[in-house]
Design a protein around this ligand. Structure first.
Ligand code: ADP
Length: 179
């Protein structure tokens, strides 16, 4: 008779494939947001979260009642360009509840960034409600890097609307000219 540990070892060995052992549970996180447009603040959170997860899906919100400055297609395209060399990062769009999207893509973590106390209050209630709806999904917060904490997409959009140069706040792959 095999004990449960031996069963586990056999199961793991069965998963050995050409490129190595596939862990039984992939740590998949989604990083949901508007990314209108992606900024150096978002980029920093994703890069710092990379060692924590096997896969990060940057999930671009498709909220019909929200007015975006840049099209869904453009926002996704920019994020894909920024992370083109990072195999662990993929980009997708989603609508509906974040926890439902997590279930769809088998993500067990929601990644969010925290800049201010206001962010914390907002994120706390969403995180707790998401946890109540889907106890298996944890929200993981990373604190903003101090030098990037002032950057947000709203300010970037304001600069663009007023014909200023916001390029220092966004990754180099992002060309902010309104199309
Ligand atoms: P949302 O509309 O959901 O707020 P955003 O695109 O504004 O979407 O933000 C997505 C996530 O990125 C949020 O968790 C937000 O706190 C985080 N974020 C945005 N800007 C920064 C920054 N400068 N530093 C750290 N996290 C940030």
């Amino acid at each position: 008779m095999l004990n449960s540990f031996q069963h586990h070892i056999i199961k793991t060995l069965k998963q050995v494939q050409g490129d190595g052992i596939k862990p039984t549970t992939m740590k998949i996180a989604i990083f949901p947001g508007s990314f209108d447009p992606i900024t150096k603040g978002h980029q920093d959170i994703i890069l710092r979260a990379l060692p924590l997860f096997d896969k990060i899906i940057v999930a671009v919100g498709k909220n019909t009642s929200k007015k975006y400055m840049y099209s869904q297609e453009q926002r996704v395209k920019w994020i894909k360009a920024v992370f083109a060399r990072h195999k662990k990062v993929s980009v997708d769009s989603f609508d509906g509840l974040t926890v439902d999207y997590c279930k769809k893509v088998k993500a067990n973590y929601i990644l969010r960034g925290l800049r201010t106390a206001a962010d914390f209050e907002f994120e706390r209630s969403i995180g707790q409600i998401n946890k109540a709806m889907q106890p298996g999904i944890e929200t993981i917060f990373l604190l903003t890097s101090p030098e990037l904490s002032a950057i947000n997409s709203t300010i970037v959009r304001d600069i663009v609307i007023n014909h200023g140069d916001a390029s220092q706040f966004v990754p180099k792959e992002v060309n902010l000219k309104i199309k």
